[in-house]
Write a protein that binds this ligand. Structure first.
Ligand SMILES: *Cc1c(COP(=O)(O)O)cnc(C)c1O
Length: 350
């Protein structure tokens, strides 16, 4: 793939900011180069030194966990940072377009809007799969990015693998971004194992969901080394804080916590489904490969409001295209889930 053709020229030619930590790498010495406070920090732990701009220690661990060379990994302040950087390196207002497939994750649209980039929306089909013929028709010389979320948010289902291959094979004049924020909850293998076959593929993952680290803000983009180098060139120099780096390095050694969480959430999903199936006002429970359920209810809006009065907070998706009368329910603990069920039953019994 001739990457230069699909990257904005000013980004391709950009001379990046060179930080103090870029110009001298090493841990020992007298550091008088970065205008830091040499005395430490007003906290119990010292944070006075700038962190590694390229987070190599995290990448080495991730490389083993994900079975992916570290040269193919970019780390962002949440995957949202990767989405924004990607749009900024490939699209100019009025010149390039982005295709998204609603109902899907809201940040693709917001990020496109912030950057003033035209969006083409090709709705999913009634069973929340890609509408391949319409996507193929929507692709034109302006198309630069296609966002596919699998498992999809807010619907919860995975997108048919064969359909994703079709798009990857058909759209080679730009990039196919597969957002796998929920892949850890699914049996589906990640597309990141296919980076070599598809130079137009970019895979996004995050530590915000199964890894239980939403507050630390660590998102990952996996792509060809050329693209990773461009991400690194345009990101803010120290985009991942030292505190985050330190905690993530510890977290990545605790595979048991993540695996146990996934097991527990899967068993809670089964429990929730079995309870919801007994409630006659539940119209439909959509299949989920994620850590949430999309559920169609009678009187979804009123139920949602009632749940809030009971201090049970869910996400009303009723106004989202193809999701009328639905509520998205994140899987909680056993106690939280049984309380949710109790409250739903009370709402309908009044
Ligand atoms: C939660 C979520 C993310 C994660 O965003 P972060 O910025 O990494 O917290 C990305 N994509 C989708 C579809 C999500 O639902």
């Amino acid at each position: 793939m001739d990457y230069q053709k699909y990257i904005l020229p000013h980004i391709w030619n950009l001379k990046p900011y060179s930080s103090a930590r870029d110009e001298f790498k090493g841990n020992e010495g007298i550091f008088l180069d970065a205008n830091e406070n040499p005395l430490g920090s007003p906290t119990t732990h010292n944070w006075n030194r700038y962190p590694d701009p390229y987070q190599l220690e995290i990448k080495e661990k991730l490389s083993k966990i994900k079975n992916c060379p570290k040269e193919n990994i970019f780390l962002g302040n949440g995957s949202d940072e990767a989405i924004d950087l990607l749009i900024r390196m490939t699209c100019t207002p009025g010149q390039q377009e982005i295709i998204i497939c609603p109902p899907t994750y809201g940040m693709y649209e917001v990020s496109a809007n912030i950057n003033n980039i035209d969006l083409v929306k090709v709705d999913l089909t009634d069973n929340y799969q890609l509408d391949i013929p319409t996507i193929v028709k929507a692709i034109n010389h302006k198309t630069r990015l296609i966002f596919i979320c699998s498992p999809n948010n807010p619907t919860g289902n995975k997108i048919n693998r064969i359909d994703i291959y079709q798009i990857l094979n058909h759209f080679t004049e730009g990039f196919v971004v597969i957002d796998e924020a929920y892949i850890d909850f699914s049996d589906e293998p990640s597309f990141l194992l296919e980076l070599k076959q598809f130079p137009n593929l970019i895979v996004l993952q995050t530590l915000s969901k199964a890894y239980g680290l939403a507050s630390l803000r660590l998102g990952m983009a996996f792509a060809d080394e050329v693209l990773i180098n461009l991400f690194n060139k345009i990101k803010p120099p120290y985009n991942i804080s030292g505190a985050t780096q330190e905690q993530v390095i510890v977290a990545l050694d605790n595979k048991d916590f993540v695996n146990n969480s996934i097991k527990e959430i899967r068993s809670q999903i089964k429990y929730l489904i079995s309870e919801l199936e007994l409630i006659s006002n539940v119209i439909k429970i959509y299949p989920s490969d994620a850590n949430f359920l999309l559920v169609k209810f009678n009187e979804a809006n009123r139920l949602f409001d009632y749940l809030i009065t009971q201090k049970v907070i869910t996400r009303n998706r009723s106004s989202v295209p193809l999701c009328s009368d639905t509520i998205r329910i994140t899987i909680g603990t056993q106690l939280e889930n049984s309380s949710l069920i109790q409250n739903i039953k009370e709402f309908y019994n009044h």
